[in-house]
Each structure stands twice: as structure tokens, then as C-alpha cells.
Design a protein around this ligand. Structure first.
Ligand code: DMJ
Length: 635
């Protein structure tokens, strides 16, 4: 009877069992549970049970490499079942499913194992992938809820020699960028190639090694094994999270949390998961505002207290809207809903605010929760908010209907109010300042070609072709912005007024910072259309990078893309390693290397697996030990 009750997802408390009944039941289960331990003797299971805090707190603290490390108690997971459901498009229901049907569990496990072994079979020569698939399932102390997404057969090696050669060239560039960083700036955040030293950027609140974290997955997928090992060892021994300063919540999330999560999912190495979870936990105080809309900075003096900075300052749409993918995975890995709750609160808030013409302004007040001003842009300050809506939908295995609706509604408003055509026939996305259009487009906004492209498939048959055309046209405009400079590199801002057509008449808008957005869209458009022009356009960028940005000591941005006299900005940005080179590499690879069916890229190009519905495992629920722990948590 008790089994039936629990199988029906009904709270034990709701049945008002008498204390005596519970006591007898516990004795029975205690015997069952401890008996079961004999059959499941892994120390991690025992550790997790005996470390459970009876006060129901979610985290316990271990010590590893001198850092505090949180291991996860089952209580947090089970408490999810008792709290009112959040509508997060199916993700919540995964947490809530509670089946005691052992056959069901066995069949799920059998299916997963079969999938793994088929993939493994097909990839006998794929050392990296075989390692990743097997290691995640065998090393993880808590069973991984989502299937491990296939990494790609044969390293994604392209069949045609031209693409092979191009891909090898990208790999060589990555090795050169990495070696230069290692030589002159090891452990610092970024390389300053002209001055041959490191850039100790405070954006990350005292965290170090941004280039290392941002490079982990790129090195791994390129098969730069020695370099990946160096990076991993640095994370194990040198990545200190107990640091002081004010950190950008957005930047730490997309680069560090995203980079570590991605490295974990690709390699199965526990150290990446531990650090990602610990860092994610440290970011939570940023949400302690009257509305739960986080402030842009989190104070990172130990313990991280935040929110840091000045609460009177606005929160930025792109910053508060670019947490979702990583936070869902943090909840997925820890079985703790707190991360999802934080980001869902932001989404719900944004969803219910009045929007001028359906558009999302870029700034809102973290105290009142209202928009601060009516400046709308899909470039700086707005960009990745839209990206994370459609990617949340895709990452949820297309179950997160709320994200989907918000994305397509926002896109419709953008299409209607911001998308323009220049006299010369170029499509661009203008900015909107209190109802007045500003005919300029940030380089950053060029990511939207790829975003609109991957969304086109799911917006409904009526809009599919229109959105694909829009994606292709925006990408074409971004290519024109590059093509219309003597360096073949695009400026930071391009304008479409006073006779300008995708050019930068203003001197202070002419720099190129090694940004990825244009090659990002080439990569997506290549995958969606297989039009060879995208690979050729990517090659043009690569040649321009080699000619103008590569110096003897690394890669550097350039100050004026219209000048023949190249001046460098002395910075090899970490996103060049995370994104620009990764997207170029993927552009020249087969589509099954991190296939878009199985992976989404966070806004720093760190791949995170799609949480496939049919791969959900109920191992914890179905295990008698889990049941015992659950009851302890309820008493
Ligand atoms: C990266 O950090 C991310 O792509 C972010 O979304 C925008 N800015 C840089 C790259 O230009």
C-alpha cells in the first residue's frame, strides 16, 4: 500500500500516518535499505546517506585540494517532490516522476546501456568520445539523468580534403594561441601579446585562468590532448574559488560555469562538475534583491555575499537572461531545484511585464522590477536573452513551451519593429530608442543569423521559410560588413544611415576584438543549409585573422579594420579560444561533431547536452536506499 502511495507521487505526510505506523514502516524499510546496501556497496552511496543533514539542508561540505567542495544530499532532490510544481516545460516533471517499477528502471538502464554500447562500437577509433561516454556513466556517483549525448564519430573529420586541410589550420591556430598564452600569461585571465604578459581582468572577481577554462572544451574536441591535460591539471591544482572582488554574474556564469559544465559533460571528469557546482552555489547571493532579479555583480569576498555593486544601477536584460542553460544543468546535476527556481523567477517576471510593442527593453530595476528606459537592441545589452529563450526550448528536448512562446513572440516584435532593409538591399536589425530607430547594428548582433536559423525549424510551417530567409539575409549583411573593409574583418558597429551601408564611418567604432558572432552564424547556417559559401566565408575570416591578428606572440584584436597600417589592441580575448576558433573548427567538421540535435552551445560556445526526455533515469527513486533517505527527510 505504501509503495502504491508513493508511486502515485502523493506525499506521505498528506496521508497523516501515525507516528507508530511510520516507526514500524521505517523499521521495515531500514532492514530493506541496509540489506540493499550489501548489494550496492559503493562508498559514494553510503557517504551520501550518512552525510544527509537531518535539517533538510541540501549541501554538505567535503574538502578537496584545499577547496571546499559540496556533495549533494538526497534531501534536496526529494524536497522537490513535495513543493508545488513549477512549470518549466517538462523539466519539473522529470524531477517529480516517482516510479517504483523496477522493471521500468531496468528497461531504461538497458536502453541507455544499449545506446552507449552502440555508440561505443561505432566509435572504436574515437578515443575521446568513447572515453567521454563510458566515463560519465561509470564514474558519476549520482546517475546522470540525461543520456550522454554522442560526441561525434571519427572526431567529426570531414570527408573532403579541402575541409580537412582547413580544419587542420584552425587546430594549428588554436595550438599557437594556447602556446602563446601558456608562455607569457599562464594562469592569468588573458594574454596581452604585445606586452607579453597577462591581463588580470577584475570582471571575474579575482577568479583566474579565464582562458584556461574557456579553452578546455575547444582543446578537447580538437584532440589537442596534451594541452587539454595541462588545462585540466591547472583546474585541479590552481583554480581557487575562494577569491575576493566584485564579479560579473553574467561573465562568471557564461565562461566559468559554462566552461566547467561543458568540460564535465564532454570528459566525465568529476573535478569539473565539483568546481561548476561550487561556483554556481557562490553565485546565488546575487539573487538576493527585492525582486529576485539579480544585480549585475556579485561580491566575491569569501563567503560570496552579494549582491555587490550599487543596487540603484539597472540590471541588464542580456545579463539576467543569460543564466538559464547553465542553471538548469546545475539543478540537473545537483538534484537541487534552487538554480532552476532562480532563473524561472526571472523569466516569469520578464514574461508578465508590459512590453512596448512587444519589445523587451534592455534595462530593468532590480528593486522595483520595472523597465528603466526604452532602449531595445539585439546587440549589446540584449543579445543573449533571446538566444537563451530558444536554446532553453531546444535544450529541454523541445518541452519548454513557455520559453518557446516568449522567443517567437519576441522575434515577431523584432521582425515587425526593428528589421530593416537598406537602400542597397541589405537586411539589418536596427536599435530602438523610445520609439525612434537608430540604424546601426553591433557586431555582437550578428549572432542573430544563427539564432534565427536554428529557431526557424520550430516556429511553425508558416514561418519556417521566412525565418530561414531572415537568418540568411542577416548573415549575408554581416559578411558584407567584413567584405567592405580592406582587412576583411568586420568593425564593432556598422551603420546604415547617412549613406553608410554596413560600414563604420565613426572612428571609435572601427575595432575588431577577435569576436565570434559572424563565424558563429556561418557555422549554424552551414549546418542548416550546407551551402558551401558559408565555409568559404569562414575561410576568408581565418585568412584575415592570420594576416592581421596573428603576431609572433599570439593573436590580437585590431584597432581600425579600415586601416592598412594595422595597430593591435594587445589582447587575446578568452572568447577567441572558446568561440571564434571553436566555431571555425566546427564549420569545417562533419555535422555529427556536437550535433545540434544533442547539444546546445551556451553564449560562450560551451556545449551543453540536450536533456532528452526518453533518457530520464529514475534510479534514485526506485532504489530502496533512496526511499529510506526520503522518509528521513520527511520526518
Ligand atoms: C562573449 O563573451 C559572448 O559571446 C557574449 O555573449 C558576448 N560577448 C562575447 C563575444 O563577443
Amino acid at each position: 500500500m505504501v509503495f502504491k502511495m508513493l508511486a502515485g507521487k502523493t506525499s506521505v505526510v498528506a496521508f497523516r500516518l501515525s507516528l507508530l505506523q511510520i516507526f514500524i514502516f521505517l523499521l521495515f524499510l531500514g532492514g530493506l535499505g541496509f540489506g540493499a546496501l550489501l548489494f550496492f556497496p559503493e562508498t559514494t552511496r553510503l557517504k551520501r546517506i550518512f552525510q544527509t543533514n537531518l535539517d533538510g539542508s541540501t549541501f554538505n561540505t567535503d574538502s578537496m585540494n584545499g577547496e571546499s567542495v559540496q556533495s549533494i544530499s538526497p534531501i534536496g532532490y526529494y524536497s522537490l517532490i513535495e513543493s508545488p510544481p513549477l512549470d518549466i516545460g517538462g523539466l519539473r516533471s522529470k524531477f517529480q516522476r516517482s516510479s517504483f517499477n523496477v522493471k521500468h528502471e531496468q528497461s531504461i538502464n538497458a536502453r541507455s546501456q544499449a545506446k552507449v554500447s552502440t555508440e561505443h562500437q561505432g566509435q572504436v577509433n574515437n578515443k575521446v568520445n568513447a572515453g567521454a561516454v563510458v566515463s560519465i556513466l561509470s564514474r558519476s556517483p549520482v546517475r546522470v539523468r540525461n543520456c550522454v549525448a554522442p560526441y561525434g564519430a571519427n572526431y567529426g573529420k570531414p570527408s573532403d580534403p579541402k575541409s580537412q586541410e582547413r580544419r587542420e589550420k584552425v587546430k594549428e591556430m588554436m595550438k599557437f594561441a594556447w602556446d602563446s598564452y601558456k608562455r607569457y600569461a599562464w594562469g592569468e585571465n588573458e594574454l596581452r601579446p604585445l606586452s607579453k604578459n597577462g591581463n588580470d581582468d577584475r570582471t571575474f572577481g579575482g577568479l583566474k585562468g579565464a582562458s584556461i577554462i574557456d579553452s578546455l572544451d575547444t582543446l578537447y574536441i580538437m584532440g589537442l590532448d596534451d594541452e587539454y591535460q595541462e588545462a585540466k591539471e591547472w583546474v585541479e591544482n590552481n583554480l581557487k574559488l575562494n577569491v575576493g572582488g566584485e564579479a560579473s554574474l553574467f561573465e562568471v556564469n557564461i565562461r566559468y560555469v559554462g566552461g566547467l559544465l561543458s568540460a564535465y559533460y564532454l570528459t566525465g571528469e568529476e573535478v569539473f562538475k565539483r568546481k561548476a557546482v561550487e561556483l554556481g552555489r557562490k553565485l546565488l547571493p546575487a539573487f538576493n534583491t527585492p525582486t529576485g532579479i539579480p544585480h549585475g555583480v556579485v561580491r566575491s569576498s569569501w563567503p560570496w555575499r552579494a549582491p555587490g555593486g550599487d543596487l540603484r544601477r539597472s540590471s541588464v536584460l542580456a545579463e539576467v537572461g543569460t543564466l538559464h542553460l547553465e542553471f538548469v544543468h546545475l539543478s540537473e546535476l545537483t538534484k537541487d531545484s534552487i538554480y532552476i527556481e532562480k532563473v524561472m523567477n526571472i523569466r516569469k517576471h520578464l514574461n508578465q511585464l508590459d512590453k512596448p510593442h512587444g519589445l523587451y527593453p534592455n534595462a530593468l530595476n532590480p528593486v522595483s522590477g520595472n523597465w528603466e528606459q526604452h532602449f531595445v537592441s539585439i546587440g549589446a545589452l540584449g543579445d543573449s536573452f533571446y538566444e537563451y529563450l530558444i536554446k532553453s526550448y531546444l535544450m529541454s528536448d523541445r518541452t519548454d513551451e513557455e520559453a518557446k512562446k516568449m522567443y517567437y513572440d519576441a522575434l515577431e516584435a523584432i521582425d515587425k519593429n526593428l528589421v530593416q532593409r537598406s537602400p542597397g538591399g541589405l537586411t539589418y536589425v536596427a536599435e530602438w530608442r523610445g520609439g525612434v530607430l537608430d540604424h546601426r547594428m553591433d557586431h555582437l548582433a550578428c549572432f542573430s543569423g544563427g539564432m534565427i536559423g536554428i529557431g526557424a525549424e520550430h516556429g511553425g510551417p508558416g514561418s519556417r521559410q521566412h525565418q530561414l530567409d531572415l537568418a540568411a539575409n542577416i548573415t549575408h549583411t554581416c559578411h558584407e560588413a567584413y567584405r567592405r573593409t580592406p582587412t576583411m574583418l568586420g568593425p564593432e558597429v556598422f551603420r546604415f544611415d547617412d549613406g553608410a551601408e554596413a560600414t563604420a564611418p565613426r572612428v571609435n567604432e572601427r575595432h575588431y576584438l577577435l569576436r565570434p558572432e559572424v563565424v558563429e552564424s556561418y557555422m549554424y547556417m552551414w549546418r542548416l543549409t550546407h551551402d558551401p559559401k558559408y565555409r568559404d566565408w569562414g575561410w576568408e575570416v581565418l585568412e584575415a585573422l592570420e594576416q592581421h591578428c596573428r603576431i609572433a606572440t599570439g593573436f590580437s584584436g585590431v584597432i581600425d579594420v579600415y586601416s592598412h597600417m594595422i595597430q593591435h589592441d594587445n589582447l587575446q580575448q578568452s572568447f577567441f579560444l572558446a568561440e571564434t576558433l571553436k566555431y571555425l573548427y566546427l564549420l569545417f567538421s562533419e555535422d555529427d561533431l556536437l550535433s545540434l540535435e544533442d547539444w546546445v552551445f551556451n553564449t560562450e560556445a560551451h556545449p551543453l547536452p540536450v536533456i532528452h526526455r526518453n533518457c530520464t533515469q529514475e534510479a534514485e527513486d526506485t532504489h530502496p536506499v533512496g526511499l529510506l533517505a526520503r522518509l528521513i527527510g520527511l520526518l
